[in-house]
Design a protein around this ligand. Structure first.
Ligand code: ADP
Ligand code: MG
Length: 357
């Protein structure tokens, strides 16, 4: 019996070989741009399509927000150290975070699962325990999904649906020159936490008798395993009647997200290294791993904090907020995205490429 590959018509094989372009050559964002450019919008209700944290759909008095994110065993998580409850929670939180990034309120999720017989009913119960905890915390309803078999790994794809008032929907594209750049919480912890977990896994593999001592790394490991979407900040901004001029959540690292705001808003970014919030445990652990803590903050990712810009006149209302940090400002030269280092040197802001290819 020929296998599936050899059974294919050779002409296809040759055509593939001649025209083959590696996805890695385009990168994730190049690929998304290419998909976007090959489609045009046909319905006036599709206010924003590809290119923001969520799609924006006109439903009359308000906007509907739709966002989807997939977590795949291997590139996104390793079940040897990720508890299934945490995974379920995280899968919801990362989707809620994208709705938050539009200044929206999430209301429903649908979940698609790819499963193999490696997973028992008890395992799926644990996954859904985490999903249920997140649904309760973020006040979202699980309203559907799909279940299918997968070759071996676990795949969780979640779509979140939310709403935002028409005049309060925040895009990546609304920043003006001289807006103040704000970021919530602290950055780099989730990436550093991942390094700790990977190291402990290797230690355990070499000597299964060794119990990992994670106490010293509680914060960074917690940030990797159980991130929270910053809906608290969205509620606080609403209470203060502040609508950010642009917003994005930090899933790929501060540098990459700043460049998205720059490109979409057509403004330049001036970032001050000394203003970037980094927790002491993140700082010390990064140093232990011989890594520059700033690199973890700029390129680490998975922080799920909110990065947004405000009009200078809104600064007074936020300046004493304990968990919002003012890290720079925008300016009118879109081609000049720079960080002023602690030594005062000017460093270009660069995003790292796609990690998974
Ligand atoms: P985020 O990090 O906020 O989840 P992404 O970088 O994953 O955003 O996606 C950016 C934009 O590209 C979003 O509008 C998303 O819906 C869209 N997108 C991503 N992958 C695809 C795809 N395969 N086909 C169509 N649109 C996509
Ligand atoms: Mg996002």
């Amino acid at each position: 019996m020929p296998d599936k590959l050899t059974a294919q018509p050779p002409i296809n094989k040759e055509r593939m070989a001649e025209n083959r372009t590696e996805i890695a050559d385009l990168g994730e964002f190049g690929l998304i741009d290419r998909i976007k450019n090959n489609f045009s919008i046909q319905n006036a209700t599709s206010l924003r399509g590809i290119g923001d944290d969520a799609a924006v759909i006109d439903i009359g008095t308000e906007n509907l927000l739709v966002s989807t994110d997939m977590l795949i065993e291997g590139p996104h998580f390793d079940l040897s150290y990720v508890p299934l409850q945490h995974l379920g929670y995280k899968a919801v939180a990362v989707n809620v975070s994208d709705i938050a990034a539009m200044n929206g309120k999430p209301e429903q999720i649908v979940i698609s699962l790819g499963l193999s017989n490696r997973f028992s009913l008890e395992a799926i119960d644990m996954l859904y325990e985490g999903i249920r905890a997140a649904c309760k915390n973020y006040k979202v309803d699980l309203v559907g999904g799909d279940t299918s078999s997968s070759g071996s790994g676990l795949v969780i794809s979640i779509t979140a649906i939310g709403r935002a008032a028409k005049d309060k929907t925040v895009l990546r594209s609304g920043a003006k020159a001289n807006d103040i750049i704000c970021v919530t919480g602290d950055l780099g912890a989730a990436f550093v936490g991942l390094q700790v977990l990977e190291r402990e896994k290797e230690v355990f593999k070499a000597n299964p008798q060794m119990q990992p001592d994670l106490e010293k790394y509680e914060y960074v490991v917690g940030r990797q395993l159980k991130p929270e979407a910053r809906m608290d900040i969205i509620h606080e901004l609403a209470e203060k009647n502040i609508v950010p001029t642009s917003m994005i959540d930090v899933s790929d690292g501060l540098a990459s997200e700043l460049l998205h705001l720059s490109k979409n808003s057509k403004v330049g970014i001036k970032l001050f290294e000394e203003k970037i919030p980094i927790d002491t445990e993140t700082y010390n652990t990064a140093i232990e791993f011989k890594m520059d803590p700033i690199t973890a903050a700029l390129n680490g990712g998975e922080d799920y904090e909110l990065l947004f810009t405000i009009k200078p006149s809104d600064f007074e209302l936020l300046k004493n907020h304990a968990d919002i940090h003012f890290i720079g400002h925008t300016h009118d030269n879109v081609n000049q995205n720079v960080m002023i280092s602690k030594q005062g040197t000017v460093v270009p802001i660069q995003a790292q490429g796609w990690k998974h290819f």
